[in-house]
Design a protein around this ligand. Structure first.
Ligand code: TNX
Length: 514
């Protein structure tokens, strides 16, 4: 039985009520590059406010629609979205694109005067990030899903901002516990507040296969019908997946689909036993052991299967990465694993995508440009990655003792595992990517990702409980400069988020922030 969800933190000792920290330029999460308040100046969102967007830009118009959707429920205002006139300086809120401006792919500049709010960015991704900052500068009640009183004031000032790392992700395992497209959209909503730009979905594993593949119906009909603990499982149609891709993209999130190979494949073997080497049937698996299954790496059938699956997934995915797992293939000899990963990587490349895999790939080794995802603790196995990184592989950091969202916060938690230790809110925040792995060049590190594995989860509320509040701290590790970070400042910024989550219906673990 799950024990999570909002209020689930009552289990924690002396659960603190969220403090009502007023919004301001010092409470933004993740901390921006620079922010200055203009004392005495305020701008007020009113019932006649117009959201103006860059003329001729459907992308900017979509960001305008996103912002309007955020602001309408609490204000009850119409908030029309309209292109501004090049000649007339816009009042209201203006989303301005400056392709040759100084903001990079994801940066933005936000200015609040008594007359107007202006967000400038080179790309729509930057506008989305600016919109998330503006949301945090509005009163907490803006998060209400029903009409609230206002007034909807924004303190005057300005922000100049861009991310430290290009990759800031969260992973959700939708296998061990099945999550619906609607639940994943809610998660995308929640993490996009904190300027994440990648959402990695583990879609296949021993306990289930969650994505439909044309021509291989048994993967989902049979392989989709199980999950940990014997529940009914479930799967996504390709249309479900496309809709999540589009919804996430509007919020600045690129999907990274993971098809775990060659291990973590029991569900595929149950569906198509000929993918195994043993000439036998396989039993559905609903436990939580790892490392016992593998596709037959000596069989051509396996590579035809991998090509078919990866080809369809690649075609459905506009983002650059396809993740092929590579974790815990414990029944294979190193040379078998290497031979498989060599061919699997070539298949990903053939379909036009960049390879991503867990850091076991480093031994295979990775093809040039591949991304290895580090998941051990206390820097263990860093030596595996050093040669690959020096040879040009990129590294995403998911140290299990800091950002594994399936680790218990503390020993009193019912949900979660402990193989990476317990990870409280502070420990998830206090670490430095550039120096985490001895010998790995800082330039090889492209970012951070927090995985949420599902073995102990029973509901979406459980997932929220494990993810929030730790995920907000991960955003700051990926976005903010080391000099801008520090627990004392962060816990105040985090405290300012909690009443927003209460109003927005985001569940989280209530913990003392000391
Ligand atoms: C290890 S970390 C795994 C997953 C489990 C997780 C549980 C990694 C690449 N693989 O199969 O779900 O531990 O924490």
């Amino acid at each position: 039985g799950g024990s999570g969800g909002s209020g689930g933190g009552a289990k924690g000792p002396a659960a603190a009520a969220p403090a009502r920290v007023p919004p301001g330029y010092d409470t933004i999460v993740p901390a921006p590059v620079s922010a200055t308040a203009a004392p005495g100046v305020t701008w007020t969102l009113a019932d006649d406010t117009v959201l103006f967007t860059e003329p001729g830009s459907p992308d900017a118009a979509r960001v305008g629609a996103l912002l309007a959707g955020m602001l309408r429920p609490a204000t009850g205002y119409a908030l029309p979205v309209r292109e501004f006139d090049e000649d007339a300086p816009p009042s209201g809120i203006a989303l301005v694109l400056e392709p040759d401006g100084p903001d990079g792919v994801e940066g933005y500049r936000l200015t609040v005067t008594a007359e107007a709010v202006e967000i400038r960015a080179a790309r729509s991704a930057g506008l989305v990030n600016g919109v998330q900052t503006l949301r945090q500068l509005l009163p907490v009640d803006i998060e209400s899903r029903t009409r609230a009183a206002g007034p909807w004031t924004v303190p005057g000032g300005s922000v100049t901002d861009m991310p430290r790392y290009a990759y800031r992700g969260m992973m959700l395992d939708i296998v061990r516990q099945y999550f619906t497209p609607e639940e994943v959209r809610r998660l995308a909503d929640g993490i996009s507040r904190y300027k994440f730009n990648y959402l990695h979905l583990r879609m296949t594993d021993d306990q289930g296969w969650r994505i439909a593949v044309d021509g291989l119906p048994r993967l989902t009909e049979v392989g989709g019908a199980t999950q940990v603990g014997g529940g009914p499982g479930g799967f996504w149609t390709q249309q479900d997946y496309r809709e999540v891709v589009a919804y996430a993209a509007e919020r600045g999130l690129t999907l990274v689909p993971e098809i775990a190979l060659p291990g973590h494949t029991n569900a595929a073997l149950v569906a198509y036993p000929e993918l195994g080497c043993d000439g036998r049937e396989y039993e559905p698996y609903t436990g939580i052991d790892v490392g016992f299954s593998t596709l037959c790496v000596e069989s051509e059938k396996t590579y035809e299967f991998v090509d078919e699956v990866i080809g369809q997934i690649a075609a459905l995915t506009p983002g650059p990465y396809v993740h092929i797992g590579g974790d815990e293939a414990h029944t294979l000899k190193p040379e078998q694993f290497a031979a498989f990963m060599r061919r699997a990587q070539a298949i990903v490349q053939k379909h036009g995508k960049t390879v991503m895999a867990w850091h076991q790939l480093a031994d295979a080794p990775p093809v040039p440009g591949a991304v290895v995802q580090y998941w051990n603790q206390q820097g263990r196995e860093a030596d595996m990655i050093v040669d690959a990184a020096q040879a040009g592989a990129k590294v995403v950091l998911s140290p299990s003792d800091h950002v594994y969202l399936d680790m218990k916060y503390d020993d009193a938690d019912e949900l979660g595992l402990t193989w990476g230790g317990t990870v409280d809110v502070r420990q998830s925040y206090e670490w430095e990517p550039a120096t985490l792995l001895d010998g790995v060049p800082a330039e090889a590190v492209i970012g951070v990702e927090a995985p949420l594995w599902g073995e102990t989860l029973n509901s979406f509320a459980d997932a929220e409980y494990m993810a929030f509040p730790r995920i907000a701290g991960v955003s700051e590790i990926g976005w903010s400069a080391p000099e801008a970070r520090g627990w004392d400042g962060y816990r105040t910024r985090l405290a300012a988020q909690l009443p927003r989550w209460d109003l927005a219906g985001i569940g989280y673990a209530k913990r003392d922030l000391d």
